[in-house]
Write a protein that binds this ligand. Structure first.
Ligand SMILES: [Zn+2]
Length: 147
């Protein structure tokens, strides 16, 4: 079963932390403005820069947590479809719920499906009797004539 790596989990939580921090910074301006209205003699202007930093932090945080959850390739940061599929595996499994988890936990099934890709069976017809034979057959199994 594929798992989300520790690094990606850490990235996800860092992103979440950035969102929370950004949100606090963003709303702090409103508290400041509310406070300033009670105290009109306060000379310093409201720290609007904080709300801008807060917004940037929230956006950056959502990107970072997305990378953590889906992986660098899975979230489209790195253009690598093969890696993206691998990155998104735990994500899709989590969405698929319990049945998928159970199925992916059975290693044997996973090995069988991976080791033996469906083989194309090609049959050829005997020119003599019209019987179907394997593509690599030297003699017809119905009439015995050379193919
Ligand atoms: Zn034949």
């Amino acid at each position: 079963m594929s798992r989300i790596s520790k690094e990606r989990k850490a990235t996800y939580y860092i992103g979440m932390g950035m969102i929370v921090l950004g949100f606090i910074l963003f709303i702090s301006v409103f508290f400041f403005v509310a406070g300033a209205m009670k105290d009109p003699f306060r000379s310093s202007p409201p720290p609007f820069i904080n709300s801008i930093i807060g917004m940037i932090l929230m956006i950056a945080g959502s990107i970072v947590s997305n990378i953590g959850a889906k992986g660098a390739a899975g979230s489209g940061v790195i253009l690598d479809p093969e890696q993206a599929r691998e990155d998104l595996k735990p994500f899709n499994e989590a969405k698929g719920g319990m049945i998928n988890d159970v199925v992916s936990n059975i290693d044997a099934i996973d090995h069988i499906t991976k080791a033996q890709p469906p083989k194309e069976i090609i049959k050829i017809r005997c020119r003599n009797c019209n019987g179907l034979n394997d593509e690599d057959a030297k003699f017809c199994k119905s009439c015995g004539k050379e193919i």
